[in-house]
Design a protein around this ligand. Structure first.
Ligand code: HEC
Length: 93
């Protein structure tokens, strides 16, 4: 659960107003192909994600699920493909 937790933690940190803290991890998982810290690419910027989920109680849990399962319709027409790899980075290492 470590890698995924770190990523979601980064997202959650962003939600609580801290800058995206784990850019390395995001790069490693190719998240940066579609996400950037503060500009919209194929996916929403981490800033947008943070703004959208601000104040949400279970943001971390919800985002972890959204990353592994993917999602669509929340930010626009482009769907986020499921990222089971982010989850499979768990354990093992
Ligand atoms: C192929 C492009 C693509 C890749 C690769 C990608 N994303 Fe996304 N992501 C998207 C799109 C598009 C959305 C917006 C989906 C929507 O509108 O609901 C999104 C949404 C999200 C959200 C917000 C979910 C929500 O419900 O608020 C998070 C968090 C996120 N991505 C994290 C990640 C992480 C972490 C990775 C790498 C493991 C990743 N993404 C890789 C395209 C991508």
């Amino acid at each position: 659960m470590k890698a995924l937790t770190a990523i979601t933690l980064a997202a959650a940190l962003a939600v609580s107003g801290t800058a995206f803290a784990s850019a390395d991890l995001a790069a490693k998982n190719k998240c940066n192909t579609c996400h950037a810290p503060d500009k919209k690419m194929m996916g929403p910027s981490w800033k947008d994600v943070a703004a959208k989920n601000k104040g949400q109680k279970d943001a971390e849990k919800m985002l972890a699920e959204a990353i592994v399962k993917g999602g669509k319709g929340k930010y626009g027409k482009v769907p986020m493909p499921p990222q089971p790899k982010a989850a499979s980075n768990e354990g093992g290492h």
